[in-house]
Ligand binder design. Structure first.
Ligand code: NCD
Length: 307
């Protein structure tokens, strides 16, 4: 599929070939992550963050600067006309007039899709509620591809809050595009994937197992994708109190795992990976966060300039 002008709303808008194209361009971009390359001079990227962000916002901004472009950054409504009652639709219409592409993060599911319907400029979803976070999945999968040379045929575990986590949902779908040997969905019963995710995995013919028990499966895994329990999305905080701290990865839990097990995490972490794991060969989460730069550079290049 052609990339130029394309919206990025869900990872399922892409095929595994599309993602491989992004990964190949990302590996070309690796040479420029600290020096830059002047491909998008005078192009402007609008970053509209209605929800908190560290990595996603700053890595999009860094990627755009490294490509020679510029950013309009909006984080928090207090200092914009939204504080005066301007609607999301009108805000998008304005930014569409100013920028060449729009990155949006919003707590409402479907916000990015709505923005894409209004804007002529391509819209990139940087997280809509507990729904999708497609560019996070791209850099997660790139991290696997870079280390292992392939993504398909692996045994992949996804751990934590699979109900409210948008990063985990996008990762589950993204990994499924490459046909894992087995996908283990590991969570407390209250935080299992939503029924529509299960339906989609069925439709995609994915061999998946739902379990609460990490210790039973961890030795099988090639990849373990750990996620934070999404406290801010719980309608009832008492429910959060019941499930918080359900899993914690520490060194003793890693005894007997495969030598080349990769532990990923979209970050931020709270207590689900103990800092003692950071020094082990399994920890890939900081590299994963760094991979945001070449992957987002590749995506911006493809969307703004074409293949
Ligand atoms: C994730 C998010 O915002 O969904 N963070 C990120 O973009 N790296 C994961 C999270 O907040 O737990």
């Amino acid at each position: 599929m052609m990339f130029k002008g394309r919206d990025v709303i869900s990872i399922l808008d892409f095929t595994s070939e599309d993602l491989m194209k992004i990964f190949r361009v990302a590996s070309e971009m690796e040479a420029y992550v600290k020096t830059g390359v002047d491909l998008l001079r005078d192009r402007i990227l609008a970053l509209l963050f209605f929800e908190p962000s560290t990595r996603t916002m700053f890595s999009f901004q860094t990627a755009m600067y490294r490509l020679g472009g510029k950013c309009l950054v909006f984080s928090g409504v207090e200092r914009t006309s939204i504080a005066k009652g301007e609607t999301l639709g009108d805000t998008i219409r304005m930014m569409d007039g100013y920028a060449n592409a729009i990155v949006i993060r919003h707590k409402i599911e479907g916000a990015a899709k709505y923005a894409a319907e209004i804007a002529e400029a391509p819209v990139i979803n940087a997280g809509d509620g507990s729904h999708h976070h497609p560019t996070q999945a791209m850099l997660d999968l790139y991290t696997i591809w870079k280390a292992r040379g392939r993504i398909g045929g692996l045994k992949i575990g996804v751990l934590g809050d699979l109900k409210y986590g948008r990063a985990s949902t996008s990762f589950i779908f993204g990994a499924s595009l490459f046909k894992p040997e087995t996908l283990y969905l590991i969570s407390p019963p209250e935080l299992q994937v939503k029924p529509e995710v299960r339906d989609k995995l069925g439709e995609m013919n994915i061999n998946y197992v739902e379990t609460t028990d990490l210790t039973n499966v961890i030795k099988e895994l090639d990849v373990l994708y750990v996620t934070r329990i999404q406290k801010e999305r719980f309608p009832d905080l008492a429910e959060y109190e019941r499930v918080k701290g359900s899993y914690q990865i520490n060194r003793s839990l890693l005894t007997g795992v495969k030598d080349d097990l990769m532990i990923l995490h979209p970050l931020p972490r709270v207590d689900e990976i103990s800092p003692e794991v950071d020094e082990t060969r399994y920890a890939y989460y900081f590299e994963e966060a760094r991979n945001a730069i070449p992957v987002r550079m590749a995506l911006l290049k493809l969307i703004l300039l074409g293949d």
